[in-house]
Design a protein around this ligand. Structure first.
Ligand code: BGC
Length: 421
């Protein structure tokens, strides 16, 4: 067993939790993930997005749960299909419903970090080819400006796009997510266009806020890629995969410089298109035969993903070296149905942050409560809070109590270690 020692969290470091609309809201049939999830064999357990956590109807319950954990930072997303159900027609009632939720969270002292795109698209946009459509930048900008202009008096932190790399790879290489395409060139084209959407909306949002404080970034998914064995070709493949999956795209989104295989030449000036470095970190990949696998005999979570906290330090240092900005860990969490290692997972990752010496400002645990976990459906519990989908009942886990006590103590004392680890 690892020996664990107490630590204090840095000043100006805040812990929160993260969610996504299609995974929690329920009740919406007008987005790509609903359509995808009701088709046979797409979702491991045969569930779909329709019920999820019923958050759309019960956001007050969920805000109470967040408050109950002493969480003051909440990252969540807005569902584009609710805001613009038909191309060019905006639903002010839906926007008002989000506004009420945000006003309520602010009134109880929770700071919102709003994600504008988290995997799901309106069906009309999907039918046009989504981020392969030549109009995508225009359409995305129009939606973003509608939302941001209406919320600018109450929100000043935004993630434009969540994990464009995962969206592109799962939807356009593996074909396991909508739209189920298998084409590397389509995948790179999607990445390119999502990068353009990010840069354009980064500029639009700053233009709108002028001198008012606003922070805008994106949240990519980062993995540590290593060779599966001592084969030098596998080592080379690991480096190539890291470039193709995360490094080129992050460079394009952050600076406007598009390098092969991405192509966005002469469209944007070289610049700085981020106010923080957003990191979603979960695991390490071991590469052989151009396949991302996991190293054998390592600790894993319920989905078989290696638990590798040291990887967070590797990713943070390498991104900070290049991009020098405050770091937001926009997602980090684990799938653990029995809640038997979530506390140690949280401890080990926070300790890495505390020891890093880097300006890490935020840590958003993924996720508040068990939700609709994409292709895994309702069967992959990442939540601090357990959720009974049939009864609609949330029950905080022991790890939720642990998380709350870390927030309240701004660190982990020996007493906490004795009680939880
Ligand atoms: C995504 C989340 C997802 C989580 C766990 C991230 O890739 O942004 O939506 O639920 O990982 O798989």
């Amino acid at each position: 067993m690892k020996s664990r020692t107490p630590f204090q969290l840095p000043q100006d470091f805040y812990m929160g939790c993260s969610t996504a609309s299609a995974q929690i809201e329920g009740g919406e049939t007008n987005h790509s993930w609903y359509e995808w999830s009701i088709q046979e064999h797409h979702i491991v357990d045969g569930t779909n997005t329709l019920r999820a956590n019923n958050h759309w109807m019960q956001y007050e319950r969920d805000l109470d749960l967040i408050c109950g954990l002493s969480i003051k930072d909440y990252r969540f997303s807005i569902e584009w299909s609710r805001i613009e159900p038909v191309e060019g027609k905006f639903d002010s009632e839906a926007l008002l419903r989000y506004r009420q939720e945000i006003e309520q969270m602010i009134s109880v002292g929770i700071r919102p970090l709003l994600t504008l795109h988290h995997f799901s698209n309106p069906i009309w946009f999907e039918k046009k080819g989504a981020f392969l459509s030549p109009d995508c930048v225009l359409l995305f900008r129009r939606y973003v400006m509608y939302v941001v202009s209406a919320l600018q008096d109450i929100v000043n932190e935004f993630v434009t796009i969540n994990e464009p790399n995962v969206y592109a790879v799962n939807g356009y290489v593996f074909g396991t997510w909508p739209p189920g395409i298998k084409s590397a060139s389509a995948c790179f084209h999607v990445m390119e266009n999502m990068a353009k959407c990010h840069i354009a909306t980064y500029q639009d949002i700053h233009g709108l806020y002028k001198d008012k404080d606003v922070r805008v970034g994106f949240a990519n998914h980062y993995r540590v890629f290593v060779s599966y064995d001592h084969n030098p070709f596998h080592r080379l493949q690991a480096a190539i995969m890291s470039q193709l999956f995360q490094e080129k795209l992050t460079e394009a989104m952050s600076t406007g410089i598009f390098h092969f295989p991405l192509n966005g030449k002469r469209e944007f000036r070289k610049g700085t298109y981020y106010d923080f470095i957003g990191i979603n970190y979960y695991s390490r990949s071991a590469v052989h035969h151009f396949r991302a696998d996991f190293l054998p005999d390592k600790p894993v979570n319920d989905l078989g993903w290696e638990i590798y906290p040291e990887g967070l330090a590797i990713i943070m240092h390498s991104l900070y070296r290049k991009y020098k900005a405050p770091i937001f860990i926009t997602e980090n969490g684990t799938c653990d149905a029995r809640d038997s290692f979530r506390t140690s997972f949280i401890f080990d990752h926070l300790k890495i942050i505390a020891d890093s010496g880097l300006p890490v400002e935020r840590y958003y645990y993924w996720t508040l409560m068990d939700n609709f976990e994409w292709a895994e459906g309702e069967s992959a519990p990442f939540g601090l809070i357990a959720y009974d989908f049939n009864k609609g009942i949330p029950t905080p886990r022991k790890s939720a109590q642990f998380y709350k006590e870390i927030i309240e103590n701004r660190g982990v004392s020996q007493d906490l270690i004795d009680r939880y680890l």
